[in-house]
Design a protein around this ligand. Structure first.
Ligand SMILES: [Zn+2]
Length: 294
């Protein structure tokens, strides 16, 4: 049975380059990596930037007024709003929790940052997070097949805290998809792409032996790769796909968000690359109950 899902605009956004306008590279670097801006009286600005998306790699510095105001405008456009309405945040988290529960996945809001005060009720910790984040996660999860959830490889979505390993922004540690504190107050684009990427890692685990092997052989058969513009940009995301697991996870995100851009990419290829990519799409489609996203 073939099914087509029309992508909500907030997901389709990932098909376009991040910045339309020309931006000071320093500012662009800050925004891409979820840097925070603080404003003191007298138009004095400070930037807190992550060097690599890990808890221990934060630097704080003063920036001039012009840079501060430019960053402020971009942050208003690109980042999740501040969590100003606790009720709204908790309600949005409850809706996400309900849908995840229905799919056999537990929502675990795990804020272990010194910035937060703790509540014993995990849902109450949601008040520190923008309602927009829970709504965006729900929007993405709602269009994914039920069969990708609640398997032995995906039982928990953890929001907040940090990982102990090499991963910096988010990680997948079966059966847990873990979004680090790094992504909670930064750009919507990074959060969305990383969330789908990490779910893509659990997807790689539930593939049949045959599909997994076929996918591996086919990805090895072609060097052609698609990239999405998030974090440090499209070419970095392409480079990252040298590893098979990363390639499957990143292309899971592509399959769900890239719609006609993915189809255009495949039809622009020739010969062996084209054959390989048609086979890749077939394997993804079969594992998405033949759903295509447009
Ligand atoms: Zn990964």
């Amino acid at each position: 049975m073939n099914r087509t899902i029309r992508l909500p605009p907030s997901l389709r956004k990932l098909q376009r380059p991040w910045f339309k306008e020309k931006i000071d590279p320093e500012i662009e670097g800050y925004i891409r990596f979820n840097a925070k801006l603080s404003e003191e009286s007298g138009n004095r600005f400070g930037v807190t930037a992550y060097m690599s998306g890990g808890a221990d790699t934060v630097v704080t510095m003063a920036v001039d007024k012009k840079t501060g105001f430019r960053m402020k405008r971009l942050i208003e456009r690109e980042y999740f709003q501040d969590a100003v309405d606790p009720k709204k945040s908790i309600l949005a988290a409850m809706k996400l929790e309900e849908e995840l529960q229905r799919r056999g996945v537990e929502l675990n809001i795990n804020l272990s940052d010194p910035y937060y005060s703790f509540s014993n009720d995990p849902l109450e910790r949601a008040e520190w997070i923008s309602h927009e984040l829970f709504e965006l996660a729900l929007l993405a999860i709602n269009i994914l097949p039920q069969s990708h959830f609640g398997t032995e490889h995906f039982k928990e979505l953890k929001i907040g805290g940090w990982g102990g390993g090499a991963a910096k922004c988010s990680e997948y540690d079966s059966p847990i998809v873990h979004m680090f504190s790094f992504v909670l107050h930064g750009s919507k684009r990074n959060f969305l792409a990383l969330l789908l990427h990490e779910i893509g890692h659990s997807f790689e685990r539930i593939l049949s032996k045959k599909d997994r092997r076929d996918l591996q052989i086919t990805f090895e058969d072609t060097d052609a790769r698609l990239g999405v513009d998030y974090l440090t940009g499209e070419s970095d995301r392409i480079r990252y796909q040298w590893d098979f697991n990363e390639c499957v996870a990143e292309n899971y995100m592509h399959y769900v968000t890239q719609g006609s851009r993915l189809l255009d990419f495949v039809s622009s290829l020739k010969g062996r690359d084209r054959d390989a990519w048609e086979e890749i799409l077939n394997i993804y489609a079969a594992n998405f109950d033949f759903t295509t996203y447009i």
